[in-house]
Design a protein around this ligand. Structure first.
Ligand SMILES: Nc1nc2c(ncn2[C@@H]2O[C@H](COP(=O)(O)OP(=O)(O)OP(=O)(O)O)[C@@H](O)[C@H]2O)c(=O)[nH]1
Ligand SMILES: [Mg+2]
Length: 201
């Protein structure tokens, strides 16, 4: 794993590049690993294992019945958004039996993307609760699957019970440009909250 230039999250490193730790969270099978893979500038580190019977009954497999692997520890990738901003991406495991890992994983994170599959909204409730509990600013990214229905954003906002200032954007986690747009939406949100200055100091 190339951690060269990794600095304390949110602090400008030598040369004015700011490194920011971003979490990619969300329910089981919502596309977290897919997003990290599509957007990362480096070959991402992933920790996927074959799905076992342990998940049957625990996880809601509607729409992801073909899924064969699941993240057991974390996904790691990085992307340079511009000359002065490097994002380190940490994808969380979605299966409930690995959620005990979440506390440690969030340390130093400046923001998060919570991926939501609108066919299985409830699978991401816990991730949203965690962001609120750990006070990590986040944006919601609706990962649109071929059979996802279109819902008015306000309806989704209501169902997820999130405050009006939290951005909700649609994406295709398989598409690099689309995933990058989600990260940009998060950075804008952080900037609005003054959690980050985009210009090098
Ligand atoms: N059609 C479509 N399929 C997707 C999309 N994103 C992910 N997939 C597929 O959906 C499945 C779930 O994707 P993952 O990236 O493994 O999901 P995850 O959130 O990392 O899953 P866990 O780590 O098990 O929680 C995979 O089979 C992907 O190929 C998408 O945007 N559209
Ligand atoms: Mg995964």
């Amino acid at each position: 794993m190339d951690l060269k230039g990794f600095d304390r999250p949110g602090r400008p490193a030598a040369g004015g590049t700011r490194s920011v730790k971003v979490m990619i969270a969300g329910g089981f099978g919502t596309g977290k690993t897919t997003l990290v893979r599509s957007v990362s500038d480096i070959k991402p580190l992933t920790t996927e294992e074959t799905l076992t019977q342990a998940s049957v009954g625990d996880d809601h497999l509607i729409g992801v019945a073909d899924k064969t692997e699941t993240t057991v520890s974390l996904d790691f990738g990085k992307i340079s958004l511009n000359d002065s901003l490097m994002l380190y991406l940490f994808g969380t495991p979605g299966q409930e039996r690995f959620w005990f890992l979440w506390n440690g994983l969030f340390k130093g994170a400046l923001g998060a993307i919570v991926l939501v599959d609108t066919r299985r909204l409830a699978s991401s409730f816990r991730a949203i609760e965690e962001m609120e509990r750990q006070d990590v600013p986040f944006v919601i990214a609706l990962n649109i699957f071929p059979d996802s229905k279109q819902h008015p954003i306000e309806e989704i906002r209501d169902a997820l019970d999130i405050s009006p200032d939290i951005p909700v954007v649609a994406c295709d986690a398989r598409d690099r440009a689309s995933s990058r747009d989600v990260l940009i939406a998060l950075i804008r949100h952080l900037k609005e909250r003054s959690a980050i200055a985009l210009e090098p100091r």
